[in-house]
Design a protein around this ligand. Sequence first.
Ligand code: NAD
Ligand code: MG
Length: 483
Amino acid sequence: MPKFDYAPAPESRSVVSIQPSYGLFVDGTFSRPRALFPTVDPADETILAEVSQAGPKDVDKAVAAARRAFDGAWGSMPGAERGRYLFRIARILQERAREFAVLETLDSGKPVKETRDVDIPLAAAHFFYHAGWADKLEYAGLAPTGAALLRPYGVVGQVIPWNFPLLMLAWKVAPALATGNTVVLKPAETTPLTALLFAEVCQQADLPAGVVNILTGDGRTGQAIVEHPGVDKIAFTGSTEVGRAIARSIAGTAKRATLELGGKAANIIFDDAPIDQAVEGIVSGIFFNQGQVCCAGSRLLVQESVHHEVVARLQRRLATLRVGDPMDKNTDLGPINSRAQLDRITTLVEAGIAEGATAWAPECTFPGTGFWFPPTLLTGVSQTHRVATEEIFGPVLSVLTFRTPAEAVAKANNTAYGLSAGVWTEKGSRILWMADQLRAGVVWANTFNRFDPASPFGGYKESGYGREGGRHGLEAYLRGAAG
Ligand code: NAD
Ligand code: MG
C-alpha cells in the first residue's frame, strides 16, 4: 500500500498568551500567585506556567465568597436573568474557541484536531443548553407538585480530572449556575490553564463576583473543598479510588454528591456488523484522546467468526494513524497527559504480556522528550487478566471473543464498572435487546463516544452515581427534585 506523508500543518501558539504564574480566582479577582507548582506541556515537558497551590485558608475564602454570592443575588435571581449570563459565557467561549483549543492542547497533550472540533465546541454547547433551562426548570418534570419546591443547594464544590479539562468544567459549572447554585471548582493539577482562562471569561461576562471561584492545587485542595462544612453539594469526576474516599468523608453529613468515576467499557462486534465502519468505531472508541477517556471502549468483544478479519483490518488502520505533535492539525494521537499516567499504562501492558496476552503496535518514532505511548492491541486476552478488568486509561485495546449474544452480554457485564458500552450489528432488534441487557449508563449502537448536552451521562456500580447532562443532570443540583 503506498504511504502518503502529510506536510506539517502546525497550529499557531501565538493565539494564546500564557502568564508566567497565576493566582487563585476568588470573589471575582485573581489573587497574587503563591505556593507555586508548574504545569508542563506533555509533548515536550517544557514548563508552560506556574500555578498556585490553594490551602485550607484559600478554600475558606472561596467558600465564603460563593456563599455571599449565593445569599446576595444569585440564588434568588430570576432564571431568565441567570440564563443571560450563561448565554454570554457560551458566546464568549465560541468567540475565543481557537485560543481555548490551543491552550488546552498545550497543557494536556490532546491533539488540536480534538480540542478544536470536540472539547471546546461541546463546552460551549453545554453552556447554551443549560442557559435554555435556567428559566424553564419548573417545566423539567422534576417536581410534580410545582416549582416552589425546587431550590438550589447553595455552594457546590466541584473537582475535575485532566482528560477533558474545559469540557468537564462545563459539565459541572453550566448546570450548577443554571439552577442557581454558586461554585468552587478545582481543576486537575496537570491541566489548570483553561480553567484559569475560563475565570477570565467569567470576568468578561460580568458574572457577579463569587458565583464562580477557581482554586488550583492537588488532591489536598480537592479534599479540603470536599470536607469544608460550608459546601452543600459535591460534584466529582475522577478515579473510583478518590470517589470512594469522598463518599466515605461525606457519609453522615447533609452533603449530597454526584460521582463520575472510571470505566471498562465493552465494544461488541457481531459478525453481521459493517466491519469497516466498526473498525472506525473501535478506533475512535479507544484511541480518541489517547484512550484517556472514562467511557473508552477498552475491551473489544468480537464474535469469533470475524475475529481474524477484524484484527487484521484494525492493524491495517492503526498503521495509518498519525502519532506525534498534538499541535499539528493532522495528528490523530498526541502524548499521554503525564509521566505518572504513562508509567501506569506501561505497567499494566507489561502485566498483560506477563499474563499471556500478545501486544502489537504499529511502528512509531517518538521524540526524546515527552510522554509517548503507541496505539496498542492486546490479543489473546482472557477475562481474568488485569488488562481485561482494570482501567488502563491509555491507547491500549484488549481483544476478547464470544460466540453467542448471551455470552457477549455475560462478558460485557463481567466488570466492576458500568459506564458505557457499544454494540455493532445490522439487526435493530438485537441492538434493543442488548441495550436492555447491558449494565451501562450509556449504550452506543453502531457508533461510539458520541456526546450531546441533552443526553444524560453517568454510571452503574463502581462507575459512580448521578447523571450529568440532559434533564436528569439538573436533578443533581436542585433540592426537592425527583426525576
Ligand atoms: P484522580 O481521582 O486522581 O483525580 C481527579 C481529581 O481529584 C483531580 O483534580 C485531583 O486533584 C483530585 N483529587 C485527588 N485526590 C483527592 C481527594 N482525596 N479528595 C478530593 N479530590 C482529590 O483521577 P485522575 O487520575 O486525575 O483521572 C483519571 C480517572 O478519572 C480515571 O479513573 C477515569 O476513569 C476517571 N474519569 C471519569 C470520568 C467520568 O465522567 N466518569 C471522566 C474523566 C475521568
Ligand atoms: Mg499540563
